[in-house]
Write a protein that binds this ligand. Structure first.
Ligand code: A2R
Length: 318
């Protein structure tokens, strides 16, 4: 009788630990999950998923005795915590252990876009330097005004990594913080003030398309947009249009509205660098995330507690 259903991909290390604590059923071994759950859903006590797959309603509605959900990743906008809270089911995620990695991804995108690094590298690798000469000059990544949308755990790690580049940091969020960075309540005002806007905010209704045409126009023709948070934060159609018209100077994107789909226009523009949602994708960091995701459900089974519950469900432990 399986008591844990795993929806996401897992490493052999995770599988070994899971099989020591649970009777595990993996979604990829089932021909049809809803049909299987109609027969066995009452036995499932735990679900392991990730930030992309979330908790589909056709799963949640078929597991009446679910006790807890562990999500692999920091973003959990694909999980309806209103619904899980209503049933008293806590949800955990894997914050903190990926801060440095995602911040490094943001830094790489920033440097790549400013210095045209991918275009330059492709030019050299294709042998075009020899036949066509060099490409036009790029713009310096040093001493820039950089605005961070979402100065949270990852945003702060990024601000620290940008310090050696002489960046003047400002930030926008719902609340002012106790630090020396300049705070903006208005995202458009911050975009007007900075050279580069870097987004590391969560997805969900409150951030949906907050980076819109007005924000891009405020960044301006030399402005650069970087997004490593959630694709839904940026209006992708408005972004393609702003880049096409020259209203925005360039973009570096690791996240997209309908992953793994990336609009063709964004893939083909020379002033846009795209990566396939690799923010935390290193062996070391994914290992740490996997360990924490497993720790959370193992701990819940042992003690009823979780190491890193999402903020919305903390009251369930009081
Ligand atoms: O709004 P504040 O002051 O609570 O700042 C948070 C900000 N944030 C928002 N900013 C503007 N409008 C909103 N509706 C809004 N909601 C949240 O995003 C905070 O500074 C930041 C999130 O920081 P943390 O909760 O520490 O998240 P972490 O670990 O940095 O990850 C950020 C996101 C994840 O949610 C994934 O979507 C992605 O990066 O990997």
């Amino acid at each position: 009788m399986a008591d844990l259903m795993v929806l996401c991909s897992t490493t052999p290390e995770m599988q070994l630990r899971l099989s020591g604590a649970f009777d595990v059923v993996y979604e990829h071994d089932l021909p049809d999950v809803p049909t299987w759950l109609d027969e066995h859903g009452e036995d499932i006590r735990y679900i392991l998923t990730d930030g992309h797959l979330g908790l589909p309603s056709e799963v949640l509605s078929r597991v009446p005795n679910l006790k807890a959900v562990s999500s692999y990743g920091v973003g959990y906008d694909a999980i309806d915590t209103g619904k899980t809270n209503a049933r008293g089911i806590p949800v955990s995620h894997t914050p903190s252990v990926l801060d440095e990695e995602v911040a490094t991804t943001a830094l790489l995108l920033y440097l790549s876009v400013m210095r045209g690094f991918v275009t330059q590298a492709n030019h050299a690798k294709a042998g075009r330097w020899e036949t066509q000469g060099g490409l036009p000059l790029t713009r310096s990544a040093d001493g820039r005004k950089i605005g961070i949308l979402g100065l949270g755990r990852i945003g702060k790690a990024l601000a620290r990594k940008l310090a050696p580049f002489g960046a003047e940091i400002s930030y926008c969020g719902r609340s002012i913080q106790d630090n020396d960075y300049q705070y903006f309540t208005s995202l458009t005002e911050m975009a007007r003030h900075v050279d580069v806007l870097i987004c590391i905010a969560p997805g969900g209704a409150s951030t949906h398309h907050i980076v819109n045409t007005d924000v891009m126009a405020a960044l301006g023709a030399n402005g650069v947009l970087i997004n490593v948070g959630r694709g839904s934060v940026v209006d992708e159609i408005a972004l393609a249009s702003a880049l096409n018209s020259g209203a925005l100077g360039g973009a570096g994107l690791d996240v997209f509205e309908n992953e793994p789909y990336i609009p063709k226009t964004l893939r083909e523009m020379p002033n846009v660098v795209v990566t396939p949602h690799i923010g935390s994708a290193t062996i070391e960091t994914r290992r740490a995330m996997g360990a924490l995701a497993v720790d959370n459900i193992v701990e819940h089974k042992a003690s009823g507690k979780m190491h890193t519950p999402v903020p919305e469900c903390i009251h369930l432990f009081n």
